[in-house]
Design a protein around this ligand. Structure first.
Ligand SMILES: Cc1ncc(COP(=O)(O)O)c(C=O)c1O
Length: 400
């Protein structure tokens, strides 16, 4: 085995520094050969060996790549963890976590998880013998009743949820999971590590679709699992290499570059989201606005306690049928009608017809995803332009 210390070092977590400093520097010391300030894109599938086993910490790019290591270390640092494991998408991260379970194991999940997560649970892993129960995790008694001691291995907590922005008490749910020997995993995609620190609240693992706020520019798809548990991390690295849903170095570079401005972007996303939430709350065409920062949000108190900010996502229900709702989201001119979220540009969509179309209509109805529910990822455009754009879309959608 080589005695050369691999670069970048996995322990370069920049501990003790503030969030912005870690976002910019963790896992990203200057490259030692040329002094490049930015982590290079190591576009290679394999690495030379000076003798059998005589490598510099990297053998084959599915197993490890320095650009990926830099991203994994940076993400670990931002979540206050020791280990980050990156994947080719958020769904690949989810699937890899589920592969750590065995037939007969049971998972309790938030009832309005991202539609793609629901699809993985129901169409990929249920047929393989994993059991799932969906429950409103804001309801402690219901969550408790759903647990099966000795069988429940995982509590899947998406908070805030997508698209209903329910806020789940992470500390309470982690305690509940641990009481039956299960792990508590938090999908932290919406809040990002800047606004929410699940591991500090007792969760065992965090999952991200880095496609969203972390990448931040709608130009890359990726995912990650982050944990402080050595054993779970080792299992994730084993499955990452064995299943092989790994991100390429160019994607890791783009995600790292996006992360450098995460804190600055999130502050602005939040400021505009709060302003638009207040504007929509007073609009005659709007039935209700769902934004954790509004005092009217049912879990506003939990959000204020466990989050450092309320984020840039908001949902609102139009006083409209599906046809008018479709006209409304098709009428915006600054906001883009598209799935996904977390980019610099504002994205608007209709969950019932788009992101959550894979969830059957009766299930959607039961959990409260109405046909007129609009989800808005508030971007970084000027707030006045966003407000005027909504105003003109309301006016245009009134005309049949
Ligand atoms: C909360 C959440 N988790 C996971 C995912 C899946 O991530 P990806 O699209 O990167 O596979 C998404 C995608 O929208 C999401 O919103």
């Amino acid at each position: 085995m080589s005695t050369v210390k691999p670069w970048p070092p996995r322990d370069d977590l920049c501990e003790g520094n503030g969030f912005g400093t870690r976002a910019i520097h963790a896992g990203q010391p200057a490259e030692p050969v040329t002094g490049a300030v930015m982590v290079p894109i190591y576009q290679t599938s394999t690495f030379v060996q000076e003798g059998v086993g005589g490598h510099k910490g990297y053998e084959y790019a599915r197993t490890g790549n320095p650009t990926r290591t830099a991203l994994e270390t940076c993400l670990a640092s931002l979540e206050g963890a020791r280990h980050g494991v990156c994947f080719s998408s958020g769904c690949a991260a989810t699937s890899t976590v589920l592969h750590s379970l065995s037939p007969g194991d049971h998972v309790v999940s938030s009832d309005d998880v991202y539609g793609g997560t629901w699809r993985i649970f129901e169409t990929v892993f249920r047929p393989l013998g994993i059991e799932f129960t969906y429950v409103d995790l804001c309801d402690l008694d219901a969550a408790q009743a759903a647990l099966r001691p000795g069988q429940t291995r995982l509590l899947w907590i998406e908070t805030p949820t997508n698209p209903l922005l329910k806020v789940i008490d992470i500390a309470q749910m982690a305690e509940l999971a641990h009481s039956v020997g299960a792990r508590a995993l938090v999908d932290n995609t919406f809040a990002t590590p800047y606004f929410q620190s699940p591991l500090a609240l007792g969760a065992d693992a965090v999952l991200h679709s880095t496609t969203k706020y972390l990448g931040g520019h709608s130009d890359v798809v990726g995912g990650a699992v982050i944990t402080n548990e050595d054993e779970f991390a080792a299992e994730m690295f084993r499955l990452q290499n064995s299943i092989g849903a790994t991100p390429g170095p160019q994607d890791c570079f783009l995600t790292l570059r996006g992360i450098k401005t995460l804190h600055v972007r999130m502050d602005r996303h939040q400021r505009s989201a709060m302003a638009l939430a207040r504007f929509l709350s007073e609009h005659e065409d709007v039935e209700r606005v769902i934004y954790p920062g509004l005092e009217s949000h049912p879990q506003h108190e939990v959000a204020a306690r466990q989050m450092h900010g309320f984020g840039g996502m908001l949902s609102f229900e139009l006083r409209a049928d599906l046809a008018r709702a479709e006209r409304f989201v098709s009428s915006t001119q600054v906001m883009t009608l598209a799935e996904s979220l977390g980019g610099v540009e504002s994205l608007i969509e209709l969950p019932a017809a788009m992101t959550h179309a894979s969830v059957p209509p009766d299930v959607r109805q039961a959990i409260g995803i109405a046909d007129g529910l609009v989800r808005l990822s508030v971007g970084l455009e000027d707030e006045q332009d966003l407000r005027e754009d909504l105003e003109q879309a309301f006016a245009r959608s009134r005309q049949p």
